[in-house]
Design a protein around this ligand. Sequence first.
Ligand code: ZN
Length: 134
Amino acid sequence: MDANSEVNERNECHMIRSAKEHRLTHVELKSGFTTVEEIYGSSGFDVWVDKCKQCGQLFIYCFKEKCRPCGDDDYWSFWVPVEESEIETVRNASPLLRFMGEFVGRRGNICWSATEEIYWQQGFHLAGLVFMPF
Ligand SMILES: [Zn+2]
């Protein structure tokens, strides 16, 4: 699967469009999705299947806490648009943390960054750092 086949531009979810245009707000992010499955949950690492309430686009939602030596922790959230057929791969991934690091690292995603910014990014260049095992 390559980047071009991920999402058809014309049918693109408004959440993705808004993120690309830097218009997506925290409120929209919090209220715009329904969680349809919790694949994994822990205190610092969550992987869920979210669905856009408006268009039904499926996303793999991933939350990752990154402990920092100075005490304050960083919180990262990602929504990676996926086809339904891809979800089984995520369910079966092992180890899941390493899989998600690679997945978010190479796939387009809506990012809610540690600095509270919301934007679309193609891949995630800090994945190797943020997805290290604590
Ligand atoms: Zn949508």
